[in-house]
Design a protein around this ligand. Structure first.
Ligand SMILES: *[C@@H]1O[C@H](CO)[C@@H](O)[C@H](O)[C@H]1NC(C)=O
Length: 432
């Protein structure tokens, strides 16, 4: 999840960076929209990104060594990147290192450097979502029963045990290899020869690769037809701390969504599931915290190759239940496809043990935005209303031992992912 606010006061103060920035007044802006950046220790120029992000209070809380490390981090990643801070805002140039400052200020952003806007609608498919679900909760109960809280705990304990899963870190690369190994182990247990599972790494320049698993469809009978437009369900594997060089267990954000998805995959494999209507794809994106970098590259690649997408569901944070609140599945209603979102609500009503609750998250909140950008219908489920989601993300407090952290809650998201895969992917082969 791209964090909403470092602190409420900071969030209010940075309501809109690009409108606050006197871009036209600076020579650099006139020369191509570049922002002059300098940390306050060296030069508190009024036109600096720092000044406009109003990070003074945040910097004041840093220890001198942290400040030095932050300066080194920013200086060490000078590559120019084009980022967007809002739907209707013009993109601005910053450096890869300066992204850390946006994160500190609680700003959401999308890295659009390599985005080809012409690729929009290339993959849209106007097949409506059915009004009625095909199966009953009891039909899928054996699949739900296979979701093991113990296995989820074991995996997430190790996954959140990496010092950080930051997309540029060595441990972020190691955690990706660990996840890949777990996925391969699960797939190797398949007992159905008709179950064709393709596991691939989508290579990214920064080191931590996205992992994409495709379960190929097979028509249930000679007369039946199969669509080539896939259903994608996903989470993001990377984590970050507000200061990118600090430890980031990321148990909730988004270790939990990654785990819910892994458990759903294990259950689908174990059941012998072969989609009868369309391909089902599971993905663990890299570098969500870098401005949706991983999902953006993959979505652009799909669009370029003319790969068709029926629907996309992102799971970002699935563990935290704020003490004193009613447990529910948050269904995000802004920057998503309204029909798919209605459909997900029906799936939750039919298959989950807890209700859904409608909520909003704002611009570029998670990887579904990369798919909306190419015209694919996307949706987003989260642990609660956005307001009541965990405030410990992007810190060393985001562990499985945090108060309110619930594996039972994570399992509800696994169930919804399984149900979406069977309902949209087609379950005829499963129930033949
Ligand atoms: C958040 O949780 C509190 C209880 O802690 C509840 O009263 C409130 O309605 C919730 N807010 C939202 C927007 O869900």
């Amino acid at each position: 999840m791209v964090r909403f606010a470092f602190a409420a006061a900071v969030a209010a103060a940075v309501a809109s960076v690009s409108t606050a920035l006197p871009l036209a007044d600076t020579p650099a802006a006139a020369a191509g929209g570049q922002l002059a950046f300098s940390l306050p220790s060296s030069d508190s120029s009024a036109s600096s990104l720092v000044a406009h992000l109003d990070l003074a209070d945040s910097f004041a809380t840093l220890k001198p060594c942290q400040r030095k490390k932050l300066e080194q981090w920013v200086a060490g990643l000078p590559e120019q990147r084009l980022v967007k801070l809002g739907e209707d805002e013009a993109p601005i140039w910053i450096t890869e290192g300066e992204k850390a400052l946006l994160t500190m200020a609680g700003r959401r952003f999308v890295d659009v450097t390599d985005e080809d806007e012409q690729l929009t609608v290339a993959v849209a498919e106007s097949e409506p979502f059915p009004n009625k679900l095909t199966y009953k909760k009891a039909d899928l109960q054996p699949l739900f029963d296979h979701v093991s809280l113990g296995k989820m705990r074991k995996f997430l304990t190790l996954f959140s045990g990496f010092r950080t899963r930051h997309y540029r870190s060595d441990t972020g690369k190691q955690s990706q290899h660990f996840l890949l190994g777990q996925i391969k182990q699960i797939a190797a247990k398949s007992k159905n020869p008709d179950q064709k599972i393709k596991i691939r790494e989508f290579k990214h320049s920064w080191g931590q690769n996205s992992i994409i698993v495709e379960i190929a469809p097979k028509a249930a009978s000679a007369e039946a037809t199969v669509s080539d437009a896939m259903f994608i369900v996903s989470a993001h594997q990377d984590s970050t701390n507000l200061l990118p060089f600090l430890a980031a267990p990321g148990a909730d954000d988004d270790g939990s969504g990654s785990t819910s998805l892994l458990a759903a995959f294990a259950s689908l494999v174990h059941s012998g599931f072969v989609p009868s209507a369309r391909p089902v794809t599971l993905a663990w994106w890299s570098a969500e915290e870098g401005g949706l970098l991983g999902s953006k590259e993959v979505a652009q690649d799909y669009a370029k190759r003319g790969v068709k997408i029926h629907a996309m569901q992102q799971i970002d944070m699935s563990a935290y239940v704020k003490p004193g609140t009613e447990e529910a599945i948050g269904v995000i209603e802004d920057f998503v496809d309204p029909e798919l979102t209605q459909y997900i609500k029906r799936v939750v009503e039919n298959y989950a043990d807890i209700p859904w609750v409608a909520t909003k998250c704002g611009y570029a909140c998670s990887d579904h935005a990369s798919f909306s950008a190419i015209g694919a219908r996307s949706s987003f489920t989260i642990e609660s209303t956005f307001e009541n989601s965990s405030k410990d993300i992007h810190s060393t407090r985001d562990t499985i031992n945090a108060e309110g952290f619930s594996f039972d809650h994570m399992k509800e998201f696994s169930k919804v992912a399984i149900a979406m895969a069977v309902e949209l992917g087609g379950g005829e082969n499963l129930f033949a």
